[in-house]
Design a protein around this ligand. Structure first.
Ligand code: PLP
Length: 268
């Protein structure tokens, strides 16, 4: 009998199912991993954008995690939207003692594509603290710029930002996603304590799918599922990039706004 693996997502609810907790659980399922989910916030949104954000009571975030983790030990954890400073602190408190033992992937969600903030500005320091010891942090270019305060124009700037994530914020690895800008959508993977070549540029292919909702959530949760299955970091990242690219090619619209990733029929 195969041992069932569990991955936990700590994320905001997106009723469209395109992003956030609902999307993460679909990805876990596609990987054949049981998905557990702790809700940090409710959102009101459709495919055109976010209308409202309601963080849960911080004590509710704390209790959900405490009770869950006292019973079930996930093989990997993904942290997405944290919404407020108080909720972020609750997550930090609940995970203290766990985060170093369980590989954790942090998608540092700051705002939705339509600009709606998904994390209070004053919570950024807690988000940075949470990154210490994280197995991987997956900012897009904009998030990397905001969190490191480095303006990224050339590849060299991106590498300098990656160094800040590793050296100042203390994460074990960072994947800076290049898909949000003109030019080649290459991602930069930087891994701490790798003497040979700690910075690897991963070639990306621009897939002309228009605006697609929740690609960042899908990538981070696919990496998390891979880690839960025992994949090494680079293997999990490469596999997840292919997984998302495949689903991006099949993306289509359900509503009047952004398209959604194609559901996976099997672990591809
Ligand atoms: N809603 C939730 C709960 C999210 O976590 C995210 C992104 O992480 C979004 C909305 C925004 O998705 P998009 O960047 O596709 O607008």
């Amino acid at each position: 009998m195969q041992i069932m693996k569990c991955a936990l997502t700590i994320a905001g609810s997106d009723p469209t199912g395109g992003a956030g907790l609902q999307a993460d659980l679909q990805v876990f399922s596609a990987y054949g991993v049981h998905g557990a989910g702790v809700v940090t916030a409710l959102t009101v949104q459709d495919s055109s954008g976010v209308r409202a954000v309601m963080p849960v009571f911080p004590s509710v975030a704390l209790d959900q995690l405490r009770v869950l983790l006292a019973d079930i030990t996930p093989a990997a954890i993904k942290i997405g939207m944290l919404a407020s400073d108080d909720v972020a602190r609750s997550v930090q408190l609940a995970l203290s003692g766990f985060a170093t033992q369980i590989p954790t992937v942090i998608d540092p969600v700051l705002a939705a594509s339509d600009g709606t903030p998904l994390l209070e500005r004053r919570a950024w320091p807690v988000l940075r603290e949470l990154m210490r010891g994280a197995r991987l942090v997956t900012p897009n270019l904009h998030e990397a710029e905001l969190l490191t305060e480095i303006e990224i124009g050339r590849k060299r700037d991106c590498e300098a930002a990656a160094e800040v994530f590793l050296e100042k914020f203390g994460c074990e690895a960072v994947l800076i996603k290049g898909g949000h800008r003109d030019g080649p959508p290459d991602d930069l993977l930087a891994i701490a304590q790798e003497s040979a070549n700690p910075m690897t540029w991963l070639k990306g292919e621009r897939i002309d799918a228009g605006a697609v909702h929740g690609t960042g959530c899908a990538l981070a949760s696919a990496i998390t599922a891979g880690l839960a299955l025992g994949q090494g970091l680079e293997e999990a990242v490469n596999h997840a990039r292919c997984f998302v690219a495949t689903r991006l090619r099949g993306a289509s619209g359900l509503g009047s706004g952004a398209a959604f990733l194609a559901p996976a029929r099997e672990h591809s």
